[in-house]
Design a protein. Structure first.
Length: 374
């Protein structure tokens, strides 16, 4: 017997979880969240959980700034003990061109972001590098445990009626005459007029039978964890490379987390992700740590893992209504900024579902833009 639902969300990562919560809070009843594995078993499980507004494009910067309050006000908005730690964040520019171009865009969008000259950051945070052309700092940033956060968001949604189906793979999105009718899964069929695909690197294969191509590309990321030296007693903020290649942040239990993102597109599929962090990648991250926080030079990682970041060819996400298929929505390809923007992405999509239009102009994220330009 078919299950009748009002909306289906595919994918329980941070984006799918945030969408599910926003949709049920917006008043949509009979919402089902489907995950092919255990809850939060995709790339969110590997995420560094960075929460900061220094995103690659103005709209993502706006979404990240809007999302900050959900993380900071965890006790009000989500169940359980908060895992969010506010550290502040500083973007470091090694060249004058980085400071002039990127900083100008961020300062225009972020009233709380202050530019600090060389040496200024070290005056506030001893041990942080003075070898930069400048830094842009915001106190409104931090990090959270990605898995605990997504699980807490799903718990909040379940408290308001969300149904979850884990260990359930979506085999086909059902449609007739360009109208969504539901999904076929490994456990049966669910009928619904609205399907929201937030399945990260698995999104493309779900949409392909419908003739929808997002042209997502993957970049490889490495995440490494270190033990802080005992002599290090002062705090330091999240540190970000203006070019988007590296980050360093504090971690609980006197640990340090750092990571890198490849600039090259990866051919490796999401199902065949290699866990091994090559020695060259680890060495590059180690070098950056030593350059940015001098007391941490010559550290050896205690553990590490890899992940994939997805975005379209133009570096932007695929987000919004698929205009060729009534009832179909997509939220994928948010790259390294997915965790930062997720709450606002959820709120934006929920308003599209309930009100019929977005509360802000997201046309630059049109899921079909690559197809429409050809």
């Amino acid at each position: 017997m078919k299950q009748i639902r009002d909306a289906i969300v595919i994918g329980s990562g941070i984006i799918g979880s945030a969408i599910a919560l926003a949709v049920v809070r917006a008043g949509v009843r009979r919402v089902t969240l489907i995950e092919k594995g255990p809850l939060v078993s995709g790339m969110t499980r590997r995420s560094a959980g960075l929460v900061h507004p220094f995103q690659a494009d103005p709209l993502s910067t706006e979404l990240a700034a809007m999302s900050y309050d959900l993380y900071r006000q965890w006790a009000i908005t989500l169940p359980g003990k908060s895992s969010f730690v506010e550290t502040g964040a500083a973007v470091l520019a090694r060249q004058a061109s980085d400071a002039s171009a990127s900083f100008a865009t961020w300062k225009q969008s972020l009233a709380e972001a202050n530019e600090i000259g060389p040496g200024g950051l070290a005056a506030v945070f001893p041990g942080v590098t003075t070898h930069t052309r400048g830094a842009l700092f915001t106190p409104h940033a931090g990090y959270a445990d990605a898995v605990l956060t997504a699980q807490a968001i799903v718990k909040a949604a379940k408290d308001q009626g969300l149904e979850t189906q884990t260990g359930t793979q979506v085999k086909q999105i059902l449609a007739r005459s360009h109208q969504i009718h539901g999904v076929k899964t490994t456990t049966g069929e669910l009928e619904a007029p609205i399907v929201i695909v937030a399945a990260g690197g698995w999104t493309e294969r779900l949409l392909a039978p419908l003739g929808v191509a997002l042209h997502l590309r993957a970049r490889r990321g490495s995440l490494l964890f270190y033990e802080q030296p005992r002599e290090q007693t002062t705090e330091f903020p999240m540190l970000l490379d203006a070019g988007g290649s590296y980050f360093v942040r504090p971690h609980p239990y006197r640990m340090l987390s750092a990571g890198s993102i490849s600039a090259e597109t990866q051919t490796q599929g999401v199902d065949a992700l290699d866990e091994y962090v090559p020695a060259t990648e680890a060495a590059a991250v180690n070098r950056v740590i030593g350059e940015w926080v001098s007391p941490f030079a010559n550290l050896t990682p205690k553990r590490s893992h890899t992940m994939l970041y997805f975005a379209a060819n133009d570096g932007l996400p695929a987000f919004g209504r698929v205009t060729t298929m009534t009832g179909l929505y997509v939220a994928a390809g948010f790259g390294p900024g997915a965790f930062s923007v997720a709450p606002a992405v959820g709120e934006t999509l929920a308003r599209m579902v309930v009100d019929g239009e977005s509360p802000r102009d997201i046309s630059s994220f049109d899921p079909l833009r690559a197809t429409l330009r050809t």
